[in-house]
Design a protein around this ligand. Sequence first.
Ligand SMILES: NC(=O)c1ccc[n+]([C@@H]2O[C@H](COP(=O)([O-])OP(=O)(O)OC[C@H]3O[C@@H](n4cnc5c(N)ncnc54)[C@H](OP(=O)(O)O)[C@@H]3O)[C@@H](O)[C@H]2O)c1
Length: 253
Amino acid sequence: MIDATGRPQSVLVLGGSSEIAQAIVDLLVAARCRTVVLAGRPGPRLDEAVDRARAAGAQTVESVPFDATAVDGHVAFADSVFDRFGDIDLVIVAAGVLSHQPDDEEDPVLVADVLATNFTGPASAMLAVCRRLRRQGHGKFVVLSSVAGDRARRANFIYGSSKSGLDAFAQGLSSSLVGSGVGVLIVRPGFVVGRMTEGMTPAPFATTPDAVAKAVVRAIGSQALVIYVPPVLRWVFAAMRQLPEALWRRMPA
Ligand SMILES: NC(=O)c1ccc[n+]([C@@H]2O[C@H](COP(=O)([O-])OP(=O)(O)OC[C@H]3O[C@@H](n4cnc5c(N)ncnc54)[C@H](OP(=O)(O)O)[C@@H]3O)[C@@H](O)[C@H]2O)c1
């Protein structure tokens, strides 16, 4: 159960090896979150995330196999997690991929894979988990969206549109959950320096996994539906959305 000060005692991460999610888990565990369930594709990165959460001091840390694109298994996955671990206070939706758009544009199968990993798969998993959150009558989703979804750019409209879809889905889900005790926090980071963006030139207002984690943990107990990290990006992208198309399409890659 979320304690009297709004701090979660248990967390499920969809995309358990995500760098941003691991930074959030570190802070949650420091604030006495006891149960950490890291759902992801089995491998060394997931194992390292388990070791890190254990080293941070969580009482129970387990990894469970989860593939965002394996939608047929999502209901059974959600049921097995809740049946095994009991109440889950926080669900971090972190699975995602930033692919190489020029390659994707040449291959519709790659495009479908990005959309499935970033949007349709997480949407399916969220609904599967949501049945159980509704039943327990409390809990919160933290959805890692992106400013890339605010307005799709020529250079990354495939990733951007996947995040727009996920973001709109999360907004609608939030409305549908009013009165259920279950909430949604949508997080729109800008460029986060880390594994996903390795080798790329940081965009203006670039941030870090730790800064995203701090902002998320601050917002979890609030009524905020959407946060930007850093916050200035809310106003930057409010302006970007108003730019005439002729200017917008000249945005650099
Ligand atoms: N980094 C940024 O600049 C940035 C900015 C805005 C938003 N975001 C979003 O934040 C989230 C976390 O990103 P991050 O920076 O923490 O990057 P990351 O460390 O690369 O994390 C991405 C996660 O997605 C998982 N994943 C990929 N495909 C999957 C699948 N089919 N099924 C299950 N899990 C899958 C990866 O697992 P594996 O270890 O198995 O590959 C990894 O755990 C993503 O949704 C990303 O789009 C990132």
